[in-house]
Design a binder for this molecule. Structure first.
Ligand code: UD1
Length: 419
C-alpha cells in the first residue's frame, strides 16, 4: 500500500495548475447517459473516482473512452441498466446513474451505496424525489430497482435536507421527464450549476441556476455536446492552505475566485494577503503564523465541509484558538486523533471542535481516513518538524490529481513510497 513521506519545514512558493473538479466530473459523466448522440467532456481530472465511474458506465454498454483529460461517450450501444455492488461500494457517487437511467430507459437497478467513514449518508432523498416524478421504487437485496411505465412525469420535489447528489440526480431525471419539475430546497454548489450548464448545452430547459429553486421543463431528448469541467474549488483551497500553513506564497491557476469566496475570506481573516485574478488566486502568508479562525460548515455558498479538515490543520499551528462546527456530516473529525499525534491541541465535543494553536507540530506516523482528511495530514506534515509517514493514501488518490508533482513544483519535499 502506498504511503507519503514528507519532510516538513519548507516554505512553499510557486504556481499550481488546478484540475477539473472531481465533484463536477462525476455528475457530468452520469449525464452522458442522457445524450442520444456522442458527447465529449474535457478538463476531466485523472482520478480514481473518475475511473470508477467510467468503468461503471462502460459496464452499461456505453462506448466510453478516457484519454488524457477528455472523455468521449456514445450511448447508442447501451444494453443494460445495472450498476453492480462491487463498483458502487467503492464510490457513493455511483448512485448518480440512477436518475439518468430511469429517465431515458424507464428502468434501473443500482446497488445501494453503503455508509462511509464520514457518516451514514443515506439516499432516501434521491429515492423520494424520483418517486415524486412517478418512478416506482423497490429496495431489495441491497439494490434499488426503479421503474416507470413510459416517461417520468414532471412534479414538485421538496428536499427535507439540502443534498448535492440528490439535487443532481433529480435534475438529470427531470430534464427528460414529461412536463415541468420544480425542485425546492435544492443544493446550490457550483458543481450543480456546472451540471445544469452542460444539460442546457445538451438541449435541457432549466431555470433558477445558483438558487435553491430549480425549474426544469422536460424535453423529448437530449443531444451530445462539447463541455469542459469547472475548476476544482476544493483543490484550489487545499493548495492555498498549503501556502498558509507554511508561511509561503502560492498562486493557483486555471481556477475561479468566485467559486470559493467564503474560504478566501477565512484566509484573509488568518492574516494572509489574498489576490484574486480572473482565473487565478494567490495567497501570500508573508512568513507569518496564521491566526486561528472559527467557522461552521454549511451548504454552499457558506463554508464547505470539504475544506473543514484542511483549515483545521492550518488552525492547529495558528495564533490563538478557534471553534469549528461540522453540521453536514456526523462523523467528519477523524483527522483529529491523527493531527493530535503530531502535537495539535484539539478538543472535540460532538460535532464541535476547539483548536488551540501550537507553535510547532512534530512528525509522526499517521493514517489517512478519508479524502479531505488525508490532505489535512499532508498539510500538517508540510509544516511539521521532521519526516512524517502518511499511510493509506489511496484515499487521496480518489480526489487529488498529481498531488506529489504539484506539491514538489512549489518546493515540498514529498515522495511516494510503496510497501
Ligand atoms: C457531495 C460531495 C461531497 C461533499 C457533500 C457535501 C460529490 C461527489 N460529493 O456528497 O464531497 O462533502 O456533497 O457538500 O459531489 N442526506 C440524507 N439523505 C439523502 C442524501 C443526503 O440524509 O438522500 C444527508 C447526508 O447524510 C449528509 C447531507 O445530507 O448529512 C449532505 O449530503 P449530500 O449533499 O447528499 O452529499 P453527497 O452528494 O453525498
Amino acid at each position: 500500500m502506498d504511503k507519503f513521506l514528507i519532510q516538513g519545514g519548507q516554505k512553499l512558493e510557486g504556481e499550481v495548475r488546478i484540475s477539473g473538479a472531481k465533484n463536477a466530473a462525476l455528475p457530468l459523466l452520469a449525464a452522458t447517459i442522457l445524450a442520444d448522440s456522442p458527447i465529449r467532456i474535457s478538463n476531466m481530472p485523472n482520478l480514481r473516482d473518475v475511473n470508477t465511474l467510467v468503468k461503471l458506465i462502460a459496464g452499461l454498454g456505453v462506448a466510453i473512452e478516457y484519454a488524457s483529460d477528455t472523455v468521449t461517450a456514445d450511448t447508442s450501444t447501451l444494453n443494460n441498466q445495472f450498476a453492480p455492488y462491487d463498483l458502487v461500494k467503492t464510490m457513493r457517487a455511483s448512485i448518480l446513474v440512477l436518475g439518468p437511467l430511469v429517465a431515458r430507459y424507464g428502468e434501473a437497478k443500482v446497488s445501494l451505496p453503503g455508509g462511509c467513514a464520514i457518516g451514514s449518508r443515506p439516499v432516501d432523498q434521491h429515492l423520494k424525489a424520483l418517486e415524486a416524478l412517478g418512478a416506482h421504487i423497490e429496495v431489495e437485496n441491497g439494490y434499488v430497482h426503479a421503474k416507470v411505465d413510459g416517461r417520468l412525469k414532471g412534479g414538485e420535489v421538496i428536499f427535507d435536507v439540502v443534498t448535492v447528489g440528490g439535487t443532481e440526480n433529480i435534475l438529470m431525471a427531470a430534464a427528460l421527464a414529461d412536463g415541468v419539475t420544480t425542485i425546492r430546497n435544492a443544493a446550490r454548489e457550483p458543481e450543480i450549476t456546472d451540471l445544469a450548464n452542460m444539460l442546457i448545452k445538451m438541449g435541457a430547459k432549466i431555470e433558477g441556476l445558483d438558487t435553491d429553486t430549480l425549474v426544469v421543463t422536460g424535453v423529448e431528448s437530449l443531444h451530445g455536446c462539447d463541455y469542459a469541467v469547472v475548476a476544482d474549488r476544493i483543490e484550489t483551497g487545499s493548495y492555498l492552505a498549503a501556502a498558509a500553513i507554511t508561511g509561503g506564497r502560492v498562486r493557483t491557476t486555471h481556477t475561479d475566485p468566485a467559486l470559493l469566496e467564503c474560504v478566501l475570506d477565512k484566509f484573509e481573516e488568518m492574516g494572509a494577503e489574498v489576490t484574486r485574478g480572473d482565473d487565478w488566486i494567490e495567497l501570500d502568508m508573508q512568513g507569518k503564523r496564521p491566526k486561528a479562525v472559527s467557522f461552521r460548515t454549511l451548504p454552499h455558498p457558506d463554508f464547505p465541509t470539504d475544506m473543514q479538515a484542511q483549515i483545521m490543520a492550518v488552525n492547529a499551528i495558528g495564533r490563538g484558538f478557534a471553534t469549528i462546527s461540522e453540521t453536514i456530516f456526523e462523523n467528519r473529525f477523524m483527522h483529529v486523533p491523527e493531527l493530535s499525534r503530531m502535537g495539535a491541541n484539539i478538543q472535540v465535543e460532538g460535532n464541535d471542535a476547539v483548536v488551540t494553536g501550537v507553535e510547532k507540530l512534530s512528525a509522526a506516523p499517521v493514517m489517512a481516513t478519508d479524502l479531505r482528511a488525508s490532505f489535512s495530514l499532508v498539510l500538517a506534515a508540510l509544516a511539521a518538524e521532521g519526516e512524517t509517514l502518511i499511510d493509506r493514501i489511496y484515499h487521496i488518490d480518489r480526489g487529488y490529481e498529481h498531488i506529489e508533482a504539484k506539491l514538489q513544483g512549489i518546493g515540498a519535499k514529498i515522495k511516494r513510497v510503496s510497501g
